[in-house]
Design a protein around this ligand. Sequence first.
Ligand SMILES: [Cu+2]
Length: 173
Amino acid sequence: MNTRRLGRTLTRGLTLASWFCMGVLVACDQSNTGNMTVDMTSSPQDMTSPQDLTSLPDMATPNTFNGCDTALFQDRTAAAAIRTVSFGGSGFVYSPKCILIAAGQSVTFSGAFASHPLRPGVGGNATAGSPNNPITATSTGTTAMFAFPTAGTYPYNCQLHDGSGMNGVVRVQ
Ligand SMILES: [Cu+2]
């Protein structure tokens, strides 16, 4: 009697325990999966958003206009360097497209402005980049020289072929 009772109690206990364990397993799995998913998405987001925040000043220091990434700039800051941007040869390109100069230096654009009207900024936004872009719209003649007294990033583009990538930046340090 006592043994049967004990056995029944044990059986009931084991059954309850197994149900409980299954419940715990499912609950654990679900909560793990849930936690994993939340952690995976939230922590990379947390990681990327501070990175985005730190890269924002770089974006605000506009050095990526017209495809001119920092690495693309040709350093023409040396006193003896040639600071001429040529265009109208073969292809819709300025050469060099991205030029780095020092404050106080000048850049000469050389080519047929009637065929490639020069304008400041990026396509559709003449004031993009640093304020007071010294490059002024030019649609006649074959040379135009602009002095850059202030450090900044000054984009420019061809009014007719900007869509073909005929654009660039004068960066002044
Ligand atoms: Cu052009």
